[in-house]
Design a protein around this ligand. Structure first.
Ligand code: NAP
Length: 302
């Protein structure tokens, strides 16, 4: 029986683990992938306090080692369903179950598909959701980035290290991305923008050859040739194991109070999976710390 079971090993879960273990709580983190979560897909992190620039995989490893160093148990597993009401709380990992007196859900979010013909077919053959992972495959090539948020613009800038030309296709005429990223993108001669434009289809034979783009203002269409299409149109919460739960909002994010507590006693959430969270590493870390401290207080009352 654990004091705290944490679902997800990104910055929210790892921070929660560090705080919980340092409060002498028997703590396990269950993660289905690599430690660090989305940080693993980010080459340069430039806004985590204390580091003007740190690579995502490096920060991930430091947090992971720090958590293990203070006594967090790491468990590879995919949480399929949970029983959160009452005591004990139970995590079903398919081939085994875990019991804990409190649960912190820090399962994060994953890239949202665009949902157009050709996308699923060409994923891994020109369609990608991770420029950090796949960018080097497009040396000297023309590539497309879809989206106008921080992720799209950050990754478009990264892709200019490899690609000949990066075309950002955005559905509006203004970027959502933060000012510093916007300025860098506008100053980069390898990046060009197609405003007010959506992708209706991803074209290819064996691999991607381009996209069918449509201007939403005048309805005109054109084929934009490219070897790679990088899609950054937002993220969806990873809460499939909570289907139908009262703690989810209508988009599947977890509702908490300001102390990360859900409406179920002993159940907390941290990081990108939380509704209305600012989806930054520093916020996930902060949420994780608060959730662990509140779990500690809850356990004291049992
Ligand atoms: P996001 O901020 O939600 O941006 C998604 C972008 O995709 C928006 O520009 C949106 O257009 C566009 N979009 C959404 N659905 C679309 C569709 N069906 N077709 C075409 N375009 C579509 O998502 P994100 O960039 O992945 O960022 C997620 C969170 O992580 C944000 O809070 C962001 O600040 C954070 N983040 C921060 C950094 C950093 O360096 N600080 C880096 C990466 C991510 P509209 O603008 O028209 O809605």
């Amino acid at each position: 029986m654990y004091d705290v079971a944490i679902i997800g090993g990104g910055p929210g879960g790892l921070s929660a683990g560090i705080y919980a273990a340092r409060a002498n709580l028997k703590t396990v983190i269950v993660e289905r992938g690599l430690y660090g979560g989305q940080m693993q897909n980010t080459l340069d992190i430039e806004n985590y306090p204390g580091f003007d620039n740190i690579e995502g995989p490096v920060l991930s490893e430091r947090l992971y080692n720090q958590a293990l160093g203070v006594g967090v148990e790491w468990k590879y597993g995919n949480v399929q369903s949970v029983k959160l009401e009452g005591q004990p709380k139970v995590l079903n990992l398919g081939d085994e179950t875990l019991e804990a007196r409190s649960v912190i859900i820090a399962s994060g979010a994953s890239p949202r598909p665009l949902g157009v013909p050709g996308e699923a077919e060409f994923t891994g053959r020109g369609v990608s959701y991770c420029a950090t992972c796949d960018g080097a495959l497009y040396r000297g090539a023309d590539v497309i980035v879809v989206g106008g948020g921080d992720s799209a613009i950050k990754e478009a800038i990264l892709l200019t290290r490899f690609a000949n030309k990066v075309t950002v296709i955005h559905r509006r005429d203004a970027l959502r991305a933060a000012g510093i990223l916007r300025d860098r993108a506008f100053d980069n001669p390898k990046i060009q923008f197609m405003w007010d434009t959506v992708v209706d289809k991803i074209e290819g034979d064996n691999r991607v050859t381009g996209v069918l783009a449509r201007n939403v203002k005048d309805g005109s269409t054109q084929i934009v040739e490219a070897k790679g299409v990088f899609i950054y149109v937002g993220v969806d919460p990873v809460t499939d194991f909570l289907k139908g739960s009262e703690i989810l909002d209508e988009w599947g994010y977890i509702l908490t109070d300001e102390f990360m507590a859900t409406s179920i006693p002993g159940v907390y959430a941290a990081g990108d999976v939380r509704a209305a969270s600012l989806r930054q590493i520093v916020n996930a870390a902060s949420d994780g710390a608060a959730a662990a401290m509140k779990a500690y207080e809850y356990l004291e009352t049992l």
